[in-house]
Design a binder for this molecule. Structure first.
Ligand SMILES: C[S@@+](CC[C@H](N)C(=O)[O-])C[C@H]1O[C@@H](n2cnc3c(N)ncnc32)[C@H](O)[C@@H]1O
Length: 527
């Protein structure tokens, strides 16, 4: 939970901000008057100017609240280039957050700050003034103006403007100063900015007991798929819903729960036990067709209902063992169904009901745990992101780092069932920059969750939900994991037997090693 003071930062009404679009780069940081400041290089060069004349200026964090993602990248780059002996400091509770910026800017009218002064210097103590002589100036090669909520940099021929070769910034002295200057306030602001993003979703929080970092601010939370270019997503109004005899509130084992009748279950898993008992002859034919790979019309055969009432008091419906083990697609009722919202065939569509925490793991980056005990078969959440074409996914994978494939999820469940759907033309969900908390779930070769296909539109095999359910009882606080490669048991055993040889094989040098620590760990995230 954010404290009131922290919220004051998050919601702070800063009248003047530096726009990230104006920032070409963050060059350095320093501590001044107890406040961390960042040196930015402005993008606003007239075409005639050379980079050596770029305007650079120092800013307090509160002027940079829209640039936190850039500051985060600056800190990450700095971290990766610093010597291993340099450890990130954890922010201390005393790190003050500025409550208001108004006193800094007086009456809020546009003002101009010349190159000799600090960009935030309208109120200075005598000790500041004394120390200013030995400090670097606040603005180089131009002046800053405050107009219409923005800090704006402009070139100036004014006599007082300090001229430097901007390509020589930061100077070695600045770098040395930065090396020993705290970044705790910046890290705290970054974390608060991420927590503000988290607030978009209910029952979600951030925890970091390892260091003072936050997940990437380039990531945004969404509550539904976003469709990318050339992706067609049908309007839910066009979905085919169930009709008579399904109706709302019919009680158990009738209506949608009587799977022979509910039209939404037309393509669901056949209830073979029931079929054998009810119609042995038809069962034989069905079995024969299945073995031969022949087509058989299953429309009127009894189906399996995917959920059952939980035996644990207070827990919602859970996935029945058949679906949990067989991974058969789950078909839920939809907006056009006659049954209405109380129908028991609506679990995933109601969204996440369990509280999740995104937390920093020791060796796998961010991970996710649930704050409550989960029971076997309990729904957790879906995987969200931008739905893109397979071609676009290939392009992004080739252009991105090797981690990219961990965020790409092919919607290829029905590829073998539908003629015009192939691996080449199926859609892919990219959850790297937009998604839900499940995008932070790490891989494990012996996972406690699994991903399942959930369709609300039986006639559209291209777009469906990827839903995570608990495959075991999972105590509160246990990291949630799933198998990125979704291996079957035979493939798993082969990979485990070959693991040590595979780790030594130079051909695997570029592969991402798996740190899941499971007994059956296969050694790598991806083959
Ligand atoms: C979908 S993301 C999961 C969230 C990620 N840990 C983060 O910090 O954003 C996948 C990435 O997490 C890391 N990861 C996930 N599972 C891992 C594992 N078992 N071992 C090592 N790294 C893992 C890898 O960097 C992988 O590319």
């Amino acid at each position: 939970m954010l404290s009131t003071r922290e919220l004051a930062f998050v919601e702070i009404q800063v009248t003047y901000r530096v726009s990230p679009l104006d920032v070409a780069g963050i060059l350095c940081h320093r501590l001044k008057d107890g406040h961390e400041q960042l040196l930015i290089r402005w993008r606003t060069l007239p075409a005639s100017q050379t980079p050596s004349q770029a305007i650079c200026s120092w800013h307090d964090l509160y002027e940079l609240t829209s640039c936190m993602h850039l500051i985060q990248k600056y800190l990450e780059n700095r971290q990766s280039s610093s010597k291993p002996t340099l450890k990130r400091k954890r922010p201390s509770p005393e790190d003050g957050l500025r409550k208001s910026r108004d006193s800094k800017f007086g009456n809020g009218h546009p003002t101009s700050v010349n190159g000799r002064s600090d960009s935030t210097n309208s109120r200075r103590s005598s000790s500041d003034a004394a120390s200013e002589k030995i400090e670097t100036p606040g603005v180089y090669n131009g002046v800053l103006e405050r107009r219409e909520g923005r800090v704006v940099a402009t070139q100036s021929k004014h006599m007082g403007v300090v001229k430097v070769d901007a390509t020589s910034l930061p100077t070695p002295e600045m770098v040395e100063q930065a090396r020993i200057s705290s970044t705790a306030q910046a890290e705290r602001y970054i974390r608060l900015t991420f927590e503000r993003k988290l607030k978009k979703l209910r029952w979600l929080r951030l925890e970091n007991k390892v260091d003072s970092s936050a997940p990437s601010l380039d990531f945004s939370f969404i509550t539904d798929y976003v469709t990318g270019k050339d992706v067609y997503r049908a309007d839910p109004g066009s979905y085919e819903g169930c009709t008579e005899p399904c109706k709302s509130n019919m009680g158990s084992h009738i209506g949608c729960e009587w799977p022979r009748e509910c039209k939404c279950l037309e393509y669901a898993a056949v209830n073979e036990d029931l079929l054998r008992r009810e119609d042995p002859q038809l069962f034989q034919e069905y079995q024969q067709a299945k073995q031969n790979g022949d087509y058989i019309d299953i429309t009127n055969l009894p189906k399996r209902f995917p959920y059952h009432v939980s035996k644990v008091e207070g827990k919602p419906q859970t996935l029945v063992p058949f679906y949990r083990e067989e991974r058969y697609p789950i078909y839920e009722c939809n907006v056009n169904c006659r049954c209405g919202p109380v129908c028991k065939s609506r679990v995933v569509q109601k969204g996440r009901r369990v509280p999740l925490t995104i937390f920093q793991t020791a060796n796998r980056g961010w991970g996710v745990y649930c704050d409550e005990d989960l029971i076997q078969g309990e729904f957790i959440d879906t995987y969200l992101g931008e739905i893109i074409t397979n071609q676009e996914a290939d392009r992004r994978e080739q252009a991105g780092p090797k981690e990219k494939q961990s965020y790409l999820y092919s919607l290829d469940k029905f590829v073998d069932n539908v003629e015009d759907l192939t691996h080449e033309n199926c859609y892919v969900v990219d959850g790297q920059y937009i998604g839900g908390p499940t995008r932070f779930i790490n891989h494990c070769c012996e996972p406690n969750c699994r991903q399942y296909t959930v369709s609300y539109d039986k006639n559209n095999p291209r777009i469906y939900d990827i839903a995570f359910f608990a495959v075991h009882n999972i105590p509160a606080g246990t990291e949630l994991t799933f198998d990125y490669q979704d291996k079957d048991e035979v493939e798993e055993d082969v990979a485990v037997r070959q693991r040590e040889a595979a780790r030594r094989d130079p051909a695997n040098a570029g592969k991402q090693p798996c740190n899941c620590g499971a007994r059956k760990c296969r050694g790598f995230l991806w083959e």
